[in-house]
Design a protein around this ligand. Structure first.
Ligand SMILES: [Zn+2]
Length: 285
């Protein structure tokens, strides 16, 4: 699963390429939206919400191209008006990525992996292997992201609310509680494992039993903030070439703190809620 910092970076890239630009061509390579054409619409904002990317478009913000004298002017639509705009909603899931190309530039991934293509006069954004791509009325965004808890990278971040949400189910393993986007939005498996290590608790520990959960929330915020603008995520702070993660993906390797072999296991209650967990049996009691 992508982490919130990856989605934040993807949104920044898309915003730089598309924001306030008129779409000249769109191509949605998903059956439900294959015939949808949003060319002529203006991108009014690009917003990350947890792990969801929202590209909002609206009619009529660029009317310069239209001969205004030729027809009675329709009622103007304010940019971003949720009453009439549409939202291109994507989720990166496992392999998804948005890439930006200049006009005529060759794509770095095969065309058959492209799910969405959004072109302006000078740039083309291509979404490859997106886990989800749909277009919904902006007014209905709540049906997509309304369930999310406070967003670690959003204007709605609220550490107290996140803490209360996490502790509302005290028996839940700490890693699964952190991964539940209804508690707080933005953490994926990397952060869930690394934060458990950094707090010295096993991912399986019930969240209600850990000491000072408030510090866990503060650490989650700090860890994602310092990584949101880094090109490569790094939780250890070690230089390039050294491990970036304390435990994630390091089964059988030596703990960077104590040398004990890192262990791993699956954790979860079902096919959609099963995750791999890693921990140091000495550092995480
Ligand atoms: Zn250790």
């Amino acid at each position: 699963m992508p982490e919130g910092d990856s989605v934040y970076k993807a949104a920044a890239k898309l915003r730089a390429a598309l924001d306030q630009q008129v779409l000249t061509r769109t191509d949605f390579r998903v059956p439900a939206f294959a015939t949808l054409d949003l060319s002529g619409q203006t991108v009014t904002s690009v917003v990350p919400r947890g792990k969801h990317l929202l590209i909002r478009v609206a009619e009529g913000t660029d009317t310069a191209a239209v001969d205004a004298a030729a027809a009675p002017a329709p009622a103007p639509t304010p940019a971003g008006d949720p009453g009439s705009g549409l939202t291109i909603h994507s989720h990166l899931k496992m392999e998804g990525v948005w890439q930006i190309y200049g006009a005529g530039e060759r794509w770095r991934k095969p065309s058959y992996l492209a799910r969405g293509v959004l072109s302006t006069a000078s740039k083309t954004a291509v979404g490859f292997e997106l886990g989800l791509l749909e277009v919904v009325p902006t007014a209905s965004e709540d049906s997509i992201v309304g369930h999310l808890g406070p967003d670690l990278l959003g204007p709605d971040w609220d550490a107290d609310l996140a803490l209360a949400n996490l502790l509302s189910d005290p028996a839940r393993p700490v890693a699964l509680a952190l991964l539940d986007q209804r508690n707080l939005a933005g953490l994926g498996n990397v952060f869930a494992n690394e934060l458990s290590f950094l707090r010295g608790v096993r991912p399986q520990t019930p969240i209600g039993e850990i000491a000072d959960p408030k510090r866990l929330v503060a650490l989650a915020f700090k860890a994602i903030m310092v990584n949101k603008d880094r090109p490569i995520r790094n939780l250890t702070g070690l230089p390039r070439g050294k491990p970036r993660y304390w435990v994630h993906g390091r089964r059988g390797e030596a703990c960077l703190r104590c040398g004990t072999r890192i262990e791993s296991d699956q954790l979860g209650t079902g096919p959609t809620d099963t995750r791999y967990m890693w921990w140091c049996p000495s550092c995480q009691k």
